[in-house]
Ligand binder design. Sequence first.
Ligand code: TLP
Length: 341
Amino acid sequence: MTVDLRSDTVTTPTPAMYEAMAAAELGDDVLGHDPTTERLEALAAETVGMEAALFVPSGTMGNQIALATHTRPGDSVLFEDDAHMLFYEAAAPAVFAGVQARTVPSDRGIVDPERVAARVLKRSEHTPGTTLLCLENTHNRAGGSATPVATHARLREVASEAGLKVHLDGARVFNAAVALGVPVREVTRHVDTVNFCLSKGLASPVGSVLCGPAAFIGEARFWRKRMGGGLRQSGLLAACGIVSLTQMVDRLAEDHRRAAALAEALSGLPGIRPVPPETNILMLDLDRPASEWQGALEERGVRTIPVAPHRLRLVFHKDVDDEGLEQAGRHIRELSDSGLV
Ligand code: TLP
């Protein structure tokens, strides 16, 4: 059996999703009316406590639509140092929104609110004005860390004092909510807009939802069209998204439990230092190159991704059960014992 820990994006649709697709009432969302997509958007907006929502093909597109809608070309935008929006989105902030990125340091992906003000630029003849703060919760490259609600509240205060809007890359915001033990709307309460992914731990095959004020979402619809992201019978995909939101959130706790169990099982092994996981992402810091570990594990049917020269990422999701967890742990332990890596 292959244990695919490369990402939670590899999850396949559930039987309920196939049924929902077969039964979905469809229209043409670009012409303006696809009932299933509209149902998903209404449910998404209500779930995160916002006025409106827009179904988009990917997390990357949702984030970049948000960026373009919030800003004007030449604005300065604050991102956490290792943000997905800067690291993995193919320089889209420079190309689509045309903004200038300025980074804020963090502790494991959690931005210290007291450091934000010092990074804000006031628009002048020389300096670009900062108009937006982008956050990420949970934080991917920091190992799935969850920013607490109180930190979000303080970040909102400092952003407002500086006249900034706040966008949340909430690709895994449901993991954050589950880990923090609060409804997701508590996490999203202190941001203007959030983009969350249906296609990660929530197991939909495709899709994200951008949520925010109604006027913002109206403008975002224009940007979605401009980026080529208008989908016609998108209700087929939205039907899966409805299942994601109604059936797949609570079980994320199982993924978190398995990530913690693997970290625990590997602690103390020579040459491997698990970073204690907060959610479903486990980072292993390794003495040997991560690419060697990846190759050796791949040969044994355990798929992972190196995210730095000596760091391997393992992501838990609904298609890895306790047997998969045991298998991954056993292979890593055997490789460590045998000195093969
Ligand atoms: N992350 C993917 C890869 O791109 C790294 C993964 O396997 O984790 N925000 C965050 C925080 C993400 O982790 C991702 C995807 C996205 C946005 C983009 O989502 P998609 O892949 O739907 O464009």
